[in-house]
Design a protein. Structure first.
Length: 684
């Protein structure tokens, strides 16, 4: 099924690709965000939604992105355009969000470079870190150092002047990323042999050290002791999914589509995707062990000295964890400057390959569309990226960094984009083509269940989270968009505008005619011939059912005044009707998708609408069931020691990671032995 004659540059080896994809996935998100998200959303209980997000939704989608990129040999926009010109905007949408992400991701990397430099100076100064002070004082000092001395931070939405002390490291960040990717992916495939194992080694060192500190287990209790009621909140699920998508570099930026497009024609896809999910999950989990055991060690030391600081007094999210709490904790322990150096070096090497993966995929999107030269587009893009980053290096920059980041990962970014990808590829395109493509060259094969996972299960899960958090957002006590006094909330407005502008801009870009595409793809079967369209009546019937179910749910949500009898009647009628629509629609699609036939449009749209109906149904039910659960971010109560459940969780997770990777390895070796999947040779 080779479709393109043209020779595209490639990674050179399977290892190069796998490492590059892992390099993209494993980044600041693992060390900087995951441990805190877990701590803040139910401890060990958070692992349930997170594992569902990574393995039930993330893995099938990763395989989908890989096989789309590999099949079309194009970066995201052109890859989607290959299905139909009209789908191109989905690719641009993710590319635009990718550009927004890199503009702030580079700023966080710049912080890391700065702190690396401070630690280095600390080593030269005989081990004294600039933020070091004893006990509770030390927390204040570390906070003051980061927020005042370094960021010159002002709270609120005002931007204020640019901080030049962050500008220079930002320049360094972009320069390093530029140098890594300017020579094409072959060089990237080599660089990642350094930027992936090195931070792992460092992380291992940090973990071993953390776990061997006295008091470390007490720290782990904060990390792992589960708080089950958190699972009843939409925010927990939303953060789990947001974190999983961000961490796997899924959907945003189309990174994985682009990376797979450079992969050797005969290379495995499925097993690689599984390895990447496991490696990313494993890194996050171990990073949490490193962080929390060190915090436990810190609490122990300060308690011994009679100036006790408990873990939950200092731990905080986002930038605070990496640049306040952890530097503080390190400063309390022996050889602090050296450890601080190791920590920030780990962050820099972790982040840099994630950073350039986004730049690379935005670059590839532009190059594929316009045919312009890489070495012209890349410098222009880097300058634009720095310019966009200026917003985040102003005095109020940190606030905006958080706002934009939260919006993109939150309800509005991922759920929408992930949903759009699955809908376009699952219902409107021929998902089975991608499955066959992936199976033809992989160490293990996907069953038909995968089609239904992409078409039905994942959209329902993402849709549910979208509706559920939407209802929760709208019922927020502080108000959403408008505060309780009726004033606009600027941060919400800007965040929403960026998220809403992305698809609109994307549609605009996709309308621009590309000089390249004409004649490059083999002609598609003549699907316009209406004689070949199947399941028109059935499709129409299913469509009516889907709409009926949607109307019932809309009445339920929009008219809270209706009587309870009607409510429950509508609620429980909407489900079977939607299910009927889905089953009919799936049947028609499977029956009529062939080389020269296609399912009718009402049948496809019936399926799409019905999956959303089911999502809305589940969300409405959940909202009713969990209404009593309190909203807001509750941190679970201070634990004394690691509970038996936590030990169990720890064991199961390690088993999952090690066992999973072992299984992937075994399948790869077995496949190589049987020679069913042809291993890539370095290009001939
Ligand atoms: N996955 C990266 C991390 O965990 C960030 C990233 C997001 C990279 C989106 C590419 C695309 O840090």
């Amino acid at each position: 099924m080779e479709m393109l004659e043209e020779q595209r540059e490639n990674w050179g080896s399977r290892g190069g690709f796998v490492l590059a994809a892992i390099g993209s996935a494993v980044g600041l998100g693992n060390l900087w965000r995951f441990p805190y998200e877990l701590y803040g959303h139910g401890g060990g209980a958070f692992l349930i939604p997170y594992i569902i997000a990574v393995f039930v939704v993330g893995l099938p989608m990763l395989i989908m992105e890989f096989s789309l990129g590999h099949f079309t040999q194009r970066a995201a926009p052109d890859a989607f355009a290959h299905g139909h010109k009209r789908f191109e905007f989905v690719g641009w949408w993710s590319t635009i969000l990718g550009f927004v992400i890199i503009s702030f991701y580079a700023v966080v990397l710049a912080y890391c470079f700065s702190f690396l430099w401070f630690s280095f100076k600390g080593i030269l100064a005989g081990g004294e870190l600039p933020w070091a002070a004893e006990g509770v004082e030390g927390v204040k000092k570390a906070e003051e150092f980061f927020l005042n001395t370094y960021l010159g931070h002002t709270p609120g939405t005002a931007l204020g002047s640019i901080r030049w002390n962050i500008f220079w490291p930002l320049l360094v960040t972009w320069l390093v990323m530029y140098l890594c990717i300017c020579r094409g992916v072959k060089l990237v495939g080599k660089i990642v042999w350094l930027t992936v194992p090195l931070p792992w080694l460092m992380l291992l060192i940090l973990t071993v050290r953390g776990l061997t500190l006295p008091g470390s287990i007490g720290g782990l209790a904060y990390y792992l002791n589960p708080s089950w009621p958190e699972l009843a909140k939409a925010t927990t699920w939303r953060f789990a999914f947001g974190q999983a998508f961000f961490s796997l570099s899924l959907a945003f930026g189309g990174v994985m589509i682009t990376y797979a497009s450079f992969l050797h024609r005969k290379s495995d896809l499925n097993n690689n995707a599984a390895v990447i999910c496991l490696a990313d999950f494993g890194t996050s989990f171990v990073a949490g062990l490193a962080i929390f055991s060190t915090l436990g060690g810190m609490a122990f030391v300060t308690a011994q000295a009679g100036r006790g600081v408990a873990v939950n007094e200092v731990v905080r999210g986002g930038a605070g964890l990496a640049f306040i709490v952890f530097p503080y904790a390190l400063a309390q322990l022996p050889y602090s400057a050296w450890w601080s150096f190791v920590f920030f070096f780990t962050l820099v090497t972790l982040g840099i390959d994630s950073g350039f993966s986004i730049t690379e995929s935005v670059l590839a999107a532009v190059v594929d569309k316009t045919g312009w030269k890489r070495n012209v587009v890349l410098p222009i893009m880097s300058v634009l990226g720095i310019a966009a980053g200026l917003v985040f290096i102003t005095k109020g920059g940190l606030n905006w960094l958080e706002v934009v980041g939260n919006f993109i990962d939150g309800t509005w970014g991922i759920a929408f984009l992930g949903l759009a990808e699955c809908i376009v590829l699952g219902w409107l395109w021929r998902i089975d083509t991608l499955r066959t493509h992936a199976n033809e060259r992989s160490d293990w094969t996907l069953g038909r269940w995968w089609n239904y996972a992409i078409r039905v299960v994942i959209p329902i899960v993402l849709g549910t989270i979208f509706f559920w958090s939407l209802f929760e957002d709208l019922n927020q006590t502080g108000g959403f968009l408008l505060d309780t006094e009726g004033n606009w909330i600027l941060a919400d407005c800007v965040g929403l505008t960026i998220v809403a502008a992305a698809p609109i801009l994307a549609i605009g870009i996709s309308l621009i005619k590309s000089p390249l595409r004409a004649g490059q793809y083999p002609p598609r079967p003549d699907v316009k011939n209406s004689n070949l369209c199947g399941g028109r009546f059935g499709g129409l019937a299913a469509f009516c059912l889907a709409i009926a179910s949607a109307v019932m749910l809309a009445v339920l949500v929009l008219k809270p005044g209706i009587s309870d009898k009607f409510r429950s009647y509508f609620l429980f009628q909407s489900l079977p009707i939607a299910l009927m629509a889905i089953i009919t629609s799936n049947y028609i699609i499977d029956k009529h998708t062939g080389d020269y036939s296609f399912p009718s449009w009402p049948a496809r749209w019936a399926g799409i609408i019905a999956t959303l109906d089911i999502s809305a149904f589940i969300a409405v039910t959940l909202i009713t069931v969990t209404q009593k659960a309190t909203t807001g971010q509750a941190i679970h109560p201070a634990p004394e020691h690691l509970s038996a459940t936590s030990y169990l969780i720890l064991g199961v997770m390690l088993l999952l990671i090690i066992g999973g990777l072992g299984w992937c390895f075994y399948r790869a070796v077995a496949a190589a032995g049987k020679n069913t999947a042809v291993q890539p040779q370095p290009d001939a």
